[in-house]
Design a protein around this ligand. Structure first.
Ligand SMILES: C[S@@+](CC[C@H](N)C(=O)[O-])C[C@H]1O[C@@H](n2cnc3c(N)ncnc32)[C@H](O)[C@@H]1O
Length: 280
């Protein structure tokens, strides 16, 4: 149960246990201003991404309906921690459904970072005419265990259930060696591999070099540093620095979507999905 769903007494007991007596009293005194902040956050978070749907000239509800319909076609696994909760789902899924509603029809799609293939499978159902290349870290790569709860065999079993569709090609390779593959230009790229240096920098380099005119690149898990400039070199911000570095030099700049639209995440753990539409 999330904290937003608990009743008032449960919330106070939870806080007493977590923070102790003094902090709980302080919280109770400040409760109404915190609630106001929550209401503001709910409002801001729920309208943050409107610009994306407006620019596409579509109704957000149409994308939501298509996403729900498409999600129902994908087998759900115990390991799908984030994708299970509709409220906390990542906006990239809705953005892809929105592109489909807007009539976007990609020929080639690239995903860097397959994990358990949820997005790969969704893309394959949304765009059955497209060829989808997904880059999965090989299980003997030295950093495989940093990312995966399942072992190599477990991941292969999941791939069998989800990725055995005719328009999906799995490339088992560290993305740092993608230059060894002869791949086409891409109309849609979902960049979602390692989010720290050096991986995040070469993934953006490769993706931008392979993005076709008219194509869309979406880059996941962008955390922005606070305005105080502290922790500038924290690896959490590597993806943001990479995106901004390129944006300063690109004709088409990156823009941002709020990754999760629930108020709690908005207030305490905001993340973004950066995207660029190459229209030159
Ligand atoms: C956040 S998960 C991807 C989730 C998936 N794209 C989705 O939307 O369902 C990140 C994945 O990137 C992979 N990864 C990390 N570094 C990589 C690299 N250098 N090359 C290829 N894949 C990498 C990890 O193995 C992990 O499976």
């Amino acid at each position: 149960m999330s904290n937003f769903e608990k009743g008032p007494v449960q919330k106070i007991l939870w806080r007493l246990k977590k923070d102790g007596f003094l902090k709980t009293v302080q919280y109770l005194l400040n409760r109404s201003s915190i609630r106001n902040e929550q209401i503001l956050a709910e409002k801001e978070a729920s309208s943050w991404n409107d610009h994306f749907f407006e620019a596409l000239g579509i109704e957000r509800t149409a994308a939501e309906e298509l996403l729900q319909e498409t999600r129902n076609k994908i087998p759900v696994l115990d390991e799908d921690v984030h994708v299970k909760s509709q409220k906390q789902q990542s906006t990239h899924l809705l953005a892809f459904a929105a592109l489909k509603v807007a009539g976007f029809s990609p020929e080639n799609i690239l995903e860097i970072g397959t994990y358990l293939g949820f997005t790969t499978s969704l893309l394959s159902h949304l765009f059955p005419e497209a060829r989808i290349y997904t880059v999965a870290l090989p299980s003997d790569d030295p950093v495989f265990d940093d990312y995966h709860i399942l072992d190599g065999q477990g991941v292969d079993n999941v791939f069998e259930q989800r990725l055995g569709r005719p328009n999906i090609t799995v490339i088992k390779k560290n993305s740092g060696f993608l230059w060894e593959e002869e791949l086409p230009g891409f109309d849609l790229i979902w960049l979602d591999g390692g989010h720290q240096y050096p991986v995040v920098a070469w993934d953006h380099f490769y993706s931008l070099s392979k993005l076709r005119s008219g194509g869309w690149l979406f880059s996941d898990d962008i955390v922005m540093p606070g305005s105080d400039g502290k922790s500038k070199n924290n690896p959490r911000f590597d993806a943001y620095h990479t995106v901004e570095y390129y944006s300063k030099r690109l004709q088409n700049k990156f823009e941002y979507l709020l990754k999760r639209e629930d108020a709690a995440t908005f207030m305490y753990a905001k993340k973004f999905v950066a995207y660029v539409h190459k229209n030159n």
